[in-house]
Design a protein. Structure first.
Length: 543
């Protein structure tokens, strides 16, 4: 009985001893991180301390979860050497002095992922050991400090249908980011990267990077980031989206490898960004001209039509127009299912009255099968504008018709009258100015009864012109009636034949010019009448 009791007591004592060892083992290993990671590829020491009586094998993690999605690759070296290690055995020491080993760890973050943020947005690396009976866990913190500070100051839609923080697929966005150097040395080769992230589906929507720049110590620069949202990758109004930006650069403030990684807690988390998907919405993008634009010829237009709505659409068409040029055209597209896109290529005729060197805005509107223009939930119409510059030689004439009528026979030294009837052949009211030229060498202007005409579409009005031919002028002559409308000009030549005022000779009919023959006949007739009268008088007297 005593022997059994002794055995039982010894078992209990052994169990309590093992439990005390196990309990002590759980707290025997500590990990000390004396400094923070301050740049990409920076190396910091980790001190492992074993206060127990037996060695502990430590398993070193190769990756550390940082932020929400990003990882940093961790590489371990024997302290003050370049020998890589993956595990380390921490020895126990006799007496009150604990056993310690120092290991250098290098953290290389994934700089292609926006979620690697500094400060409280860092993460922890979990270290496990072989403590018996229960493995122990220790952690050290991975974050990256630097002298670059980024602040997202604003976002706005510069071309599209959304607003500052409510965007539509295919919108062109401008984000304004401020980059500041808070260190004591110039930071060079700064590259700012950015990303729009779908936090709901945990995937990238669109990303990019900006060109390298340098910033002096204590100064900052504003950076405008322009990008376009994609189309069919965005199809859920309930997703949450975030815009992030971060930077890398060469900072001489850090010893060793000077390349620093930095973001900031001050960067705005735009978790309230909405990307809107309407039920019925089709938009145009990437409109451009293929060939040079010459008046009187066709210009080829290309672009892409996107159904960014959630519904299929039938009998879709595009209306193309410009009022100044009289362009009105319909381009049939047909059926477009949700998420579909169609590449477009069609011709637009440029009329001959286009002005060379001037640019015109051609408007494109997208309609559904019910002849209703597509509109967004913001009541913005599906409309795009393409500016086209006119090249080559154009007629550059107003839409008008001028007809003339000579009211009397022009003669040298005498006045004559011409009437000009101006008709507005345009489909809208226009104002025309009247002027004359090409008459100065053979005539002088007496009067023009009107210099400005305001005519409705199809309306006509008559202008009366009086000229006086110079003395000694004869034969065929021409003057011009010049009709102008803005920068457009129409020149109407008016031919006239000037009669001479005299013919060569002397005596009574000298100076009568081309009418001397008629005057001679008239005088002869008068003479004959006088002779008849004289003869008649004599006959009467004899009786």
């Amino acid at each position: 009985m005593n022997k059994s009791l002794m055995s039982f007591s010894l078992g209990i004592l052994t169990l309590l001893t093992l439990m005390s060892f196990a309990s002590a083992a759980i707290t025997n290993l500590t990990v000390t991180q004396p400094q923070a990671f301050n740049n990409i590829n920076s190396i910091v020491p980790l001190t492992f301390t074993n206060t127990g009586a037996t060695p502990i094998t430590v398993n070193l993690p190769q990756q550390s979860l940082v932020g929400t999605k990003s990882t940093a690759t961790l590489t371990y070296f024997t302290h003050a050497t370049t020998t890589q290690i993956t595990t380390v055995t921490v020895p126990a020491q006799v007496g009150i002095i604990p056993g310690t080993i120092t290991v250098d760890v290098q953290a290389t973050p994934d700089t292609n992922n926006f979620m690697l943020l500094q400060g409280s947005n860092g993460g922890t690396a979990t270290i496990t050991d072989n403590t018996i009976p229960t493995p122990n866990s220790n952690t050290f913190f991975v974050n990256f400090q630097g002298n670059l500070e980024l602040t997202l100051e604003s976002t706005k839609v510069i071309n599209g249908y959304g607003s500052d923080q409510s965007w539509f697929p295919l919108d062109n966005i401008e984000a304004k980011v401020n980059v500041a150097n808070n260190g004591n040395d110039t930071i060079r080769s700064i590259v700012v990267k950015w990303e729009v992230y779908d936090a709901t589906k945990q995937k990238k929507v669109v990303s990019g990077e900006e060109s390298s720049m340098s910033i002096n110590d204590g100064t900052d620069k504003n950076l405008l980031i322009d990008f376009q949202l994609p189309d069919t990758t965005i199809n859920n109004n309930n997703d949450q989206y975030v815009f992030y930006a971060w930077a890398t650069g060469n900072d001489q403030s850090f010893t060793g490898n000077p390349k620093t990684y930095s973001t900031t807690n001050n960067i705005k988390d735009l978790s309230s960004i909405d990307i809107v998907v309407d039920s019925d919405f089709i938009v145009l993008s990437n409109l451009q001209t293929v060939n040079s634009i010459v008046c009187g010829n066709n210009v080829q237009i290309t672009g892409t039509l996107w159904n960014v709505g959630s519904n299929d659409e039938d009998n879709v068409y595009i209306k193309v127009f410009n009022t100044d040029l009289g362009i009105s055209q319909k381009v049939n597209v047909g059926t477009m299912n949700a998420g579909d896109s169609k590449d477009l290529s069609f011709n637009v005729a440029i009329p001959t009255n286009a002005i060379s060197g001037q640019a015109y805005d051609i408007t494109f509107q997208v309609f559904n099968g019910d002849n209703v223009i597509f509109e967004s939930s913001n009541n913005d119409k599906s409309q795009a504008t393409l500016t086209i510059p006119i090249t080559g030689t154009c007629t550059n004439a107003p839409k008008a018709l001028v007809t003339t009528n000579l009211q009397n026979t022009p003669a040298a030294g005498q006045q004559f009258t011409v009437t000009a009837t101006v008709t507005n052949t345009d489909t809208k009211a226009n104002t025309f100015n009247i002027a004359l030229n090409n008459y100065n060498t053979w005539a002088s202007l007496v009067s023009v009864d009107q210099s400005t005409l305001n005519l409705n579409a199809g309306q006509s009005q008559t202008v009366t012109v009086v000229l006086q031919a110079n003395a000694g002028i004869s034969g065929d002559q021409t003057f011009n009636i010049v009709l102008t409308q803005g920068t457009q000009t129409l020149t109407q030549p008016v031919p006239v034949s000037i009669q001479s005022s005299s013919t060569p000779g002397t005596g009574l009919f000298t100076g009568l010019g081309g009418n001397a023959y008629l005057w001679g006949i008239a005088a002869l007739n008068i003479l004959l009448v006088l002779i008849i009268i004289i003869v008649a008088v004599r006959v009467v007297r004899k009786k």
